[in-house]
Design a protein around this ligand. Structure first.
Ligand code: NAD
Length: 460
């Protein structure tokens, strides 16, 4: 632990003057540098994708798609930070009509970013890009399963912006993450499991370090009877089995209206092909335990079974009619499994979707656009995608984040930029007030006039 503390402390010490330089540049100059880093990443996408593929086991194409998404976010954050955060006038209201009021979102200083392994570029850059664009320096602790990818991003920064180590990577396991949380940085952006988030939050409570948590999910897809079932099945297969199911906002549960249940299950089953690599040696045992629990409690395996989940390579599993209290329904599985359960109505699907400690995202399939929006608003989830999966993840102007065990705070979009800023409010008195109430020798007549005006304005 001593070494972790030293390494992290040295990185944070280097980050402090870098943050001062970076924060002092202003939005336009920061944009120039951020876009230089972006181009550096975009031009070397093959190299970075190969590294991600080697470290995670995902295909180079999936890795390249991940980088493409991350770069879109970086570009948006760089181009929009000034507009979202820059100084602006706001109305000063009746009592302060003699003041000019301005609002600006200023950098926090140094932000510590702790990342997971499943999307080792897209996920941490959801915090890193927005924190940098908001004018902060970042010390980034990538997952111990993807250290090279994390180091690559920091090296790319120094190659593109040699002036200062505004982005640094500190490598190692959870002890390095813990040291970063203790280090006195001005905010922690944590992405990972709820169990680790609890530890991080306990430490943040000690030092009053603000925290944003991007946690796991148990995302549901709702399929209404009028849905395009082919599209829904394709989306369920991609959202459930893609990246071996190791996607925080992937599909883990599907609730299908009874009249189309069998057809839907047949269609998804036809798509449940191939083998996937799981990234960590521990994960297959967790996935297997979920499948076994579902089967033990009366669920049916219509594709694969516990034997599909070997160590390393895994094959898709589709389970149906799984009791809602099985851990295959209540806990994040993070494997290539889908639980598909029939429901009487969309209302029942909403109820079951919301009956979860998680609330990251959801997807809805129906041809009725109005009903879909209505359903989305009733979901206890940070995001919803209609007639597609993960649509929100590729829209940089949309905030991303969950509720409950899925976390709090937001990355991406204007909210994501503000997450890494502090609002500063400034008023400037332009002329003496006609009714001066902020003085010790307040005139009773002035107070009476003010009260009269107040009652006219608010009491009628
Ligand atoms: P994890 O919680 O095991 O680890 C996450 C990070 O925390 C790692 O870098 C790890 O080294 C570090 N860490 C471990 N102990 C720590 C401690 N005591 N203090 C500080 N840091 C510590 O999660 P994981 O297995 O790497 O990632 C998978 C999880 O992440 C899943 O639950 C997944 O759903 C979630 N996830 C969420 C999002 C999102 O945006 N909401 C995105 C991707 C992944």
């Amino acid at each position: 632990m001593g070494t972790s503390i030293d390494v992290v402390g040295a990185a944070v010490d280097r980050a402090r003057p870098a943050a001062t330089w970076w924060g002092g540049l202003g939005y336009k100059e920061r944009r120039v540098h951020l876009l230089a880093w972006k181009r550096h990443i975009a031009r070397r996408i093959d190299e970075l994708a190969a590294l991600i593929a080697a470290e995670t086991g995902k295909s180079p194409d999936d890795a390249a798609l991940e980088v493409m998404l991350a770069v879109e976010h970086l570009d948006w954050a760089a181009r929009n930070a000034g507009k979202v955060l820059g100084r602006r006038k706001v109305p000063s209201g009746m009592l302060a009509a003699n003041h000019a009021a301005t609002l600006e979102y200023l950098p926090l200083g140094v932000v510590g970013v702790i990342g997971p392994w499943n999307y080792p570029v897209y996920t941490p850059l959801g915090s890193v890009s927005y924190a940098l664009a908001a004018g902060n320096a970042v010390v980034f602790k990538p997952s111990e399963h993807t250290p090279e990818t994390g180091a690559w991003l920091a090296t790319a920064w120094i190659e593109a912006v040699p002036e200062a180590p505004v982005l640094q990577a500190v490598l190692g396991d959870g002890s390095v993450g813990a040291a970063l949380v203790w280090s006195g940085v001005d905010k922690i952006a944590f992405t990972g499991s709820a169990a680790t988030a609890r530890k991080v939050m306990a430490t943040c409570a000690e030092t009053l370090t603000p925290l944003v948590v991007e946690g796991g999910g148990k995302d549901a897809m709702i399929v209404a009877a009028d849905a395009d079932l082919d599209a829904a099945a394709r989306a369920a297969a991609f959202g459930g089995f893609g990246n071996a199911g190791q996607t925080c906002a992937g599909v883990e549960r599907v609730y299908v209206e009874k009249s189309v249940f069998n057809t839907f299950v047949d269609k998804v089953s036809a798509l449940a092909v191939g083998e996937f690599t799981m990234t960590t040696p521990e994960q297959p045992a967790i996935v297997r335990a979920h499948v076994e629990d579902a089967l033990l409690r009366g669920g049916k395996a219509v594709v694969g079974g516990a034997e599909s989940i070997k160590s390393g390579n895994v094959a898709p599993v589709i389970l149906t009619d799984v009791p809602e209290d099985s851990i295959a329904v209540t806990e994040e599985t993070f494997g290539p499994t889908l639980v598909i359960n029939p429901v009487d109505s969309v209302a029942e699907a909403i109820k079951r979707t919301n009956h979860s400690k998680y609330g990251l995202a959801a997807s809805i399939f129906t041809r009725n656009a109005g009903a879909a929006m209505d359903t989305a608003r009733k979901l206890r989830a940070g995001a919803a995608s209609i007639n597609a999966v993960l649509g929100f993840a590729s829209v940089p102007s949309l905030p991303f984040g969950g509720v409950g065990d899925s976390g709090f705070g937001r990355i991406h979009g204007a909210d994501g930029l503000r997450e890494f800023s502090r609002a500063q409010s400034v008023t400037r008195q332009r002329f003496n007030p006609p009714m001066d109430l902020v003085r010790l020798d307040r005139d009773p007549h002035t107070m009476a006039r003010a009260l009269k005006l107040f009652r006219m304005r608010h009491g009628r």
